[in-house]
Design a protein around this ligand. Structure first.
Ligand code: AR6
Length: 167
């Protein structure tokens, strides 16, 4: 597992994860960047998926992106932390990894799900992201490179610190 600072749409990975909303029909932030770079066929495929519940994930092709698949997951909106947000965010990571595994993806890039428009405190979200991925890989011997793709230098620092701490 590694953290990098990058625009996720430029990454040559098997799967990149999109922080989508329940409609799966596009929005702002990383979702907009992914749809813009993938081209209109991504939206056409998303229209057939019937949306996605918070904490769940669905997979599509990646079209004009250098990745092979896009995994769309819907993070929780931060509401103070007492509305199941940690459990739902944790599930976003594990459900996305299960789908990636099912499609034999061995390199997966995650953005900092829920920490933009959805207002999740970035430090709390980073800690959940790293824990969820670590715990997932203790339950399977599936080998995969995980990239935490940070947009900001601050997020990168947080992830690097967490990844340097023992499990
Ligand atoms: N590459 C990597 N990370 C990015 C990029 C990019 N190109 N662009 C933004 N980020 P957000 P959310 C970071 O708001 O909080 C959308 O409208 C950003 O700095 O994209 O889960 C959806 O349609 C932040 O760290 O997602 C939903 O309605 C992180 O991506 C809603 O926003 C997530 O910010 C989802 O909100």
């Amino acid at each position: 597992m590694k953290a990098i600072q990058s625009d996720i749409t430029t990454l040559h990975v098997d799967a990149l994860v999109n922080a989508a909303n329940r409609s799966l029909l596009g929005g702002g932030g990383v979702d907009r960047a992914i749809h813009r770079a993938a081209g209109p066929s991504l939206l056409e495929e998303c229209k057939k998926l019937g949306g996605c519940n918070t904490g769940e994930a669905k997979i599509t092709g990646a079209y004009d992106l250098p990745a092979k698949y896009v995994i769309h997951t819907v993070g929780p909106v931060w509401n103070g932390g007492t509305a199941n947000e940690p459990e739902l965010l944790y599930k976003c990571y594990t459900r996305s990894l299960s789908l990636a595994q099912k499609h034999k993806c061995t390199s997966i890039a995650f953005p900092c799900i829920s920490t933009g428009a959805y207002g999740y405190p970035p430090d709390k979200a980073a800690s959940i992201a790293v824990t969820a991925c670590r715990e997932f890989f203790t339950t399977t011997d599936y080998p995969a490179d995980i990239l935490f793709c940070c947009f900001s230098a601050n997020d990168l620092k947080m992830y690097e610190k967490l990844l340097n701490e023992p499990d």
